[in-house]
Design a protein around this ligand. Structure first.
Ligand SMILES: [Zn+2]
Length: 288
């Protein structure tokens, strides 16, 4: 009996000890269960981290190429900053060639698209452009060269239809307007967006028959280099709807990079210069 009592007491003591130990070990237990929990939800935790990385990676890309909010530039950089604009697209195969040529240097541009030209492939190219930090501007729905003298309702419809299509296709509302042919005598002062013209006319559309002519592309690229030299804030006009234009862009972008130029969309350039673009005002260059 005595032996049995001793065994019983021992069991009680051991049980007590185990209880005390397990209480003391609770943090470990908690850790273990926390580990388990994090392992269980590990996939989603990793997914979250990955998503965050992609998001920050994405915004980092935007930061390099787009219009970052608070980027500070040196005086030298500001003195070599110009804007490129491409009209009449999107024509996906050429818009994409333009983007391919600009992407390696973190360059951006403003694409003044025509509403009725936006098709599925063009929409994809526009979304790619936006992701790169480029800007989509409004070039009206039908590119009526008499836009300037249209009835106000028709004019408004030309802008609004195109604007709605751009927003649907690219997820951004166009802020800038380039009237067809740049004719804006009658609309300045009474249009709800800044009117963006240009200071460097490449006349690429007149030279579209030069497709495949490398020397002609080289010559036009050199013309652009000469025109923007010493003229920060220049706005270059091209069209992402011709093979020759794409070929010229492929020549001129490396040349600009080599010379230390920074190519930006119009809004991004204005932001870098601290210039507010005002509705109804015509801009041929962006002044510091
Ligand atoms: Zn046009």
């Amino acid at each position: 009996m005595k032996k049995a009592l001793i065994v019983f007491v021992l069991i009680i003591l051991v049980a007590g000890a185990i209880l005390i130990l397990s209480v003391n070990n609770r943090p470990d237990t908690v850790n273990v269960s926390a580990t388990t929990a994090s392992e269980t939800s590990g996939t989603s935790a990793q997914t979250v981290v990955k998503t965050a990385a992609v998001t920050s990676g994405g915004s980092r890309v935007e930061h390099q190429t787009g219009s970052p909010e608070n980027e500070v530039y040196t005086d030298e950089q500001l003195s070599k900053m110009i804007a490129f604009t491409f009209d009449d697209g999107p024509i996906a195969k050429f818009t994409n060639r333009v983007l391919d040529a600009m992407e390696p240097y973190g360059y951006t541009a403003t694409f003044f698209v025509i509403g009725r030209n936006i098709d599925e492939e063009g929409s994809k190219a526009m979304r790619r452009a936006v992701k790169m930090g480029c800007e989509i501007g409004n070039h009206t729905e039908n590119h009526n060269l008499k836009f300037d003298s249209l009835e106000i309702q028709t004019r408004t419809a030309e802008i609004e239809e195109s604007s709605a299509k751009i927003e649907k296709a690219a997820g951004v509302k166009p802020l800038l307007l380039r009237p067809p042919g740049g004719v804006c005598k009658n609309i300045r002062g009474n249009i709800d967006s800044p009117i963006i013209l240009w200071s460097v006319d490449t006349n690429d559309w007149r030279k579209k028959a030069n497709a495949g002519n490398e020397q002609a592309a080289q010559e036009l690229a050199q013309y652009i280099m000469d025109e923007v030299k010493g003229k920060p804030g220049s706005i270059v006009l091209m069209h992402d709807v011709y093979q020759f234009s794409a070929e010229t862009v492929e020549k001129v972008m490396p040349m600009l990079h080599e010379e230390g130029y920074i190519v930006k969309s119009v809004s991004s350039l204005a932001k870098a210069y601290g210039t507010a673009l005002e509705n109804g005002t015509v801009y041929r260059t962006i002044k510091r």
